[in-house]
Each structure stands twice: as structure tokens, then as C-alpha cells.
Ligand binder design. Structure first.
Ligand SMILES: [Zn+2]
Length: 378
């Protein structure tokens, strides 16, 4: 059936095209927009005036334009027209970050608050979030929403914790927070959140297995630019694949899960920091090298198993990513090569492009993405 387009839809479409053109090109002239989008000057002028009045875009100095050969007024989007906050709930800490419409960090803070399934805890965290929101000078209407990254599996509607053994927060509802926060709020599984950040900085990334190698192991499957959640919400919970039935006890109650072999908790000893550990490795101290080699053996086994199931790129992310070097990828690849029946180039192994603040930023980004999808259709 042929659908007719109404004049109003064309208008909204033009507005959307212009906004996104400015967003992607950062700083453009009226002439650039008109030529590149093949829109008439009056149409562009009318849209620019309207969006400037609303505050969506702003004039930002002058710019050379190839079409008229002289300087013209430049337009940019107002990056902080809307902001979003990402919060990461951890056992001993609460991390917060505010981002603008480009997903750029506006500010960040960390509070030492120990998690408890208690009303006083939720109230304290929400008070801190409101304090943080005020400290960045965000008005109520500016705040798109607050995303809570959890070390837990989340229901598809992002309102409930389905499985949260690490924090003992199974069954937790987002209402525990929204009761004190008059903004849209949603949970996100922390590994999904890290994968969202990765996709944000690598726009060409459409398919990958993202491994979050942090204190605990997590993963997310990216397929056709989306994160697969699965029928019951436990897709890619590779951390509980049992590799060593007689191994160490996992927090899930079973033994020898991938989490007990391929996480930072498995790698580090007691209060040792990753900085201390990798200093030892880079100094080539035998005791550190031995542990690192053992870890890479386990990681190779895990990646090989997953790669046999899903032949795609593997992104090594999480907190460990910032310590990884090219030589580590080669060492890992060499081990996988000996395990796999398929001779493949090393190109499927990659280090995360966003090893810092990825979980908190990824929790904030879905609100930004929704805004960008809808913005110019207003
Ligand atoms: Zn387990």
C-alpha cells in the first residue's frame, strides 16, 4: 500500500535532518546545510530560527564555507540542552557521571556508600544524586533520566532486578529509587552498559562479543547494533559457564565458573591493585608473570569456547582493558590458536576503545539516544 506523506511530516523530517546534520558535523553554516541536504534556503532559515529560539541549537562563531567563499555564521547543537546521569551501584561505592548530548562527561563523582537493601540506603543514594545534579547546574527539565548500572540481570522493561547475587538485590524494583527522584529511571546490566559505551565510541560496531573483565566477569552480545537480552534475560551470562568443576566457589553457588577464572578477582591477590600487579608483570617478575600466564591460559580457553559458538569480534573490555597491551593480545591469540581447529588471523581480538567510565556512561546513554531519535520530531 502506498502511504502518502503529509506536509506536516515533511516539515518534521526537514527539522530532523537539519538537527542531525548539525549534530554529526558539529559546526556548520546555513549554506552547508542547504547544499548538502538539498533544502531551500528559506526552509533551512526557518528551521534554524525555530530551533535556535527553542535552544536546541546555537550560533558558534564563524566558519569558512566552500559554497560562498567567505565566512558565514556557524551553527552547533546545544550539547547540554539535555543531560543524562549514569549511576553505578557497587558493594562499597556509588559512582555517578553526567553526560551531554554527545555522551561527553560533564562531571563525575564517587561516594563511599555500602550497599544495603534498606530504605535508608536508597534515600541516601538519591539524595547524593540530587546533590550531584545540582552541582552540575542541571535544571529539572534538562535532565533526561537516570540510568542505574547494576551487577545484576535486569528485566526486559528495565524496572526490576531478576538476579542479583553479588549485591543480594534479586527482586529490587526501580521504585526504590524513583520514590525519591522525579525523573525517568531505569536499570541496566553493567556489562550491557559497558557494551553500550563501546558502540557509542565505535559507531561502525554492529556485531561483537563484549567481555567485561572487571572485578567480576560479564559479557554482552552485540548483534546488528543491538544488545541481545534473550528469552529470559540471561543471555551471554558466560560468567557461569563451568570450566573447572572442582575449582573455586563462584558466587552463584557452583564451582569453577568462568568468573572464578577470568575475572580481576581471580587474577589479583588480596588487597593487591591492578596497578601493582601490572607493574610486576611489565617488570617481568617471575611470580607475576606466572600468574598472568595462568590467567591468559584460562581466558584463551573461555574465548575459544565462545568463539566456536559465535564467530565474531571479541572486545576485551572492563576495568582490565586499560592495562592491556598489543603484546597481551598476541599472547592470548597464540594460546587460542593452539586450541582452535580453525586457523584464523588475530583480527577478531580487540581491546576496548573505552576502558574508562564505560559502565556509568553506558547507563546514561540510552536516555540520550532516545532523545536524539525523537528530538526533531517534536
Ligand atoms: Zn557461577
Amino acid at each position: 500500500m502506498k502511504k502518502s506523506i503529509t506536509p506536516n511530516q515533511i516539515k518534521q523530517n526537514n527539522r530532523s535532518l537539519i538537527y542531525h546534520y548539525i549534530y554529526q558535523n558539529h559546526k556548520v553554516s546555513q549554506q552547508d546545510i542547504s547544499y548538502d541536504l538539498r533544502l531551500s534556503r528559506p526552509t533551512v532559515t526557518a528551521n534554524l530560527n525555530a530551533m535556535e529560539q527553542e535552544g536546541l541549537i546555537c550560533k558558534s562563531g564563524q566558519i569558512d564555507t566552500e559554497y560562498v567563499g567567505r565566512k558565514a555564521a556557524a551553527y552547533s547543537i546545544t550539547a547540554d540542552y539535555r543531560v543524562s546521569i549514569g549511576v553505578e551501584i557497587l558493594k562499597e561505592e556509588v559512582k555517578m557521571i553526567a553526560v551531554d548530548l554527545y555522551g561527553e562527561k560533564l562531571d563525575r563523582t564517587v561516594y563511599e556508600i555500602t550497599y544495603e537493601y534498606e530504605e535508608s540506603y536508597f534515600k541516601t543514594v538519591c539524595d547524593k544524586i540530587l546533590e550531584f545534579k545540582d552541582s552540575i547546574g542541571a535544571a529539572d527539565e534538562q535532565l533526561l533520566g537516570i540510568g542505574f548500572a547494576m551487577q545484576a540481570l535486569i528485566s526486559p522493561d528495565r524496572q526490576t532486578v531478576l538476579y542479583g547475587e553479588i549485591l543480594s538485590c534479586t527482586g529490587l524494583s526501580i521504585e526504590n529509587f524513583t520514590r525519591y527522584l522525579p525523573y525517568p529511571c531505569a536499570f541496566i546490566h553493567d556489562a550491557d552498559s559497558a557494551a553500550v559505551s563501546e558502540m557509542w565510541v565505535s559507531r561502525e560496531l554492529t556485531d561483537a562479543f563484549y567481555l567485561s573483565l572487571s572485578r567480576h566477569l560479564g559479557a554482552a552480545i552485540i548483534s546488528k547494533g543491538e544488545i541481545l537480552t534473550g528469552k529470559h534475560g540471561h543471555n551471554s551470562t558466560i560468567e557461569h559457564i563451568q570450566l573447572d568443576p572442582g575449582g573455586a566457589l563462584c558466587y552463584c553457588g557452583r564451582r569453577g565458573c568462568m568468573d572464578t577464572l577470568c575475572s580481576l578477582s581471580a587474577l589479583l591477590r588480596g588487597p593487591e591493585s591492578p596497578d601493582e600487579f601490572f607493574e610486576g608483570v611489565r617488570r617481568k617478575e617471575p611470580s607475576f608473570l606466572e600468574r598472568w600466564d595462568g590467567f591468559l591460559d584460562n581466558l584463551a580457553q573461555a574465548v575459544n569456547l565462545l568463539h566456536l559458538i559465535y564467530d565474531t569480534d571479541f572486545i576485551l573490555g572492563g576495568y582490565l582493558a586499560q592495562y592491556l597491551r598489543e603484546e597481551d593480545l598476541e599472547a592470548l591469540y597464540e594460546r587460542i590458536r593452539k586450541l582452535t581447529p580453525f586457523a584464523e588471523a588475530q583480527d577478531f581480538l580487540r581491546i576496548s576503545k573505552m576502558p574508562r567510565h564505560n559502565v556509568t556512561i553506558g547507563a546514561a546513554l540510552p536516555f540520550v539516544q532516545t532523545f536524539l531519535n525523537e528530538v526533531a520530531g517534536q
